[in-house]
Structure formats: C-alpha cells, structure tokens
Design a protein around this ligand. Structure first.
Ligand code: 4NP
Length: 150
C-alpha cells in the first residue's frame, strides 16, 4: 500500500487489508510505504489511528517508511492511492513484470476510471470517507481473490 506520506491513507489501507486477510485465513504479508521521506519513522497520523480504532483496527504498530525499488520485487501486488503515487512508483519499475504489479487501489472497484483516494491530510473530515473507500476496495480485492482461487 503506497501513498505520499505513509501516515494517512496507506497505513489505513495496510490495517484494513491485513485485518481482512486474517479474517479470511489468508497468510498474506501486508505492508505500506510512502513515496516521500518527510515522515519516515513516525506513527500514523492521529486521525488515521482514531478512524481505524473506531472500526476495531489497531494501526499503532506501524511506522512510516519510504517506498524503495526493492519493494517491486518483494511484493506480488503494489496498490497506490493516487495517480501521482502511480507515476512515482512506476518510475522505479523498469520492466513489464514489475509494472504489472502496480495499480491504483480504486481500479479494482472502478476499472479504467483512474480514480484516486483523496489525500485527507488537510481535511479533518475526510478520514472516514477514505476509510470506507479503502474498506470497499480491499473487500472487493479479497472477494475476487477468493473466487479466483476456488
Ligand atoms: P498520506 O497523506 O500521503 O495519505 O500519508 C499525506 C501526509 C503528509 C503529507 C502529505 C500527504 N505532507 O505533505 O507532509
């Protein structure tokens, strides 16, 4: 899960996807990172922590880190939050195999629409909406995965 700061959106996405994966008995390694370096080592934003907590998910074990090219090898799928993240991550993907791993997280729900998860950093009210978008996207991805593997 990749966003800009790795303190607002992608920590929520990481927490949600891990929570759902565990619930479905999927042994997935879920992680997140930011394309920027400003918040490396920090806890998620307090507003993301509070929003996750309201939904029964604890994300306080997370610390921000910066996305690195090796993530494209380490992980099977890279979900980015917005089109700027997409460009920044694809800059590190120098072959088709790596590029194919990368997609906008909302593409799963809205294929071909290039929709971004809005950055809630400057909008105190945006966190619940972001949570719901990410919850829907993760649920849809897991459901499709489970259908495809049965
Ligand atoms: P995020 O939100 O990319 O969802 O973690 C942001 C966090 C911090 C900044 C921008 C976006 N910032 O400019 O510091």
């Amino acid at each position: 899960m990749v966003c800009l700061g790795n303190i607002c959106r992608s920590p929520l996405a990481e927490g949600i996807m891990r929570h759902k994966a565990i619930r479905h008995g999927l042994n997935w390694i879920v992680d997140s990172a930011g394309t920027g370096f400003w918040h490396v080592g920090e806890l998620p934003d307090q507003r993301s922590i509070a929003t996750a907590r309201q939904h029964g998910i604890d994300i306080t074990g997370q610390r921000a880190r910066q996305f690195e090219a090796a993530d494209l090898e380490r992980f099977d799928r890279i979900f980015v939050m917005d089109t700027q993240n997409l460009r920044d991550v694809l800059r590190h993907a120098d072959d088709g195999e790596r590029r194919e791993k990368v997609s906008l997280i909302l593409d799963h729900l809205f294929p071909g629409q290039q929709r971004s998860v809005p950055d809630p950093y400057y909008d105190d009210d945006g966190f619940e909406e972001v949570f719901r978008m990410l919850d829907d996207a993760c649920e849809s991805f897991i459901r499709d995965h489970l259908e495809a593997s049965t």
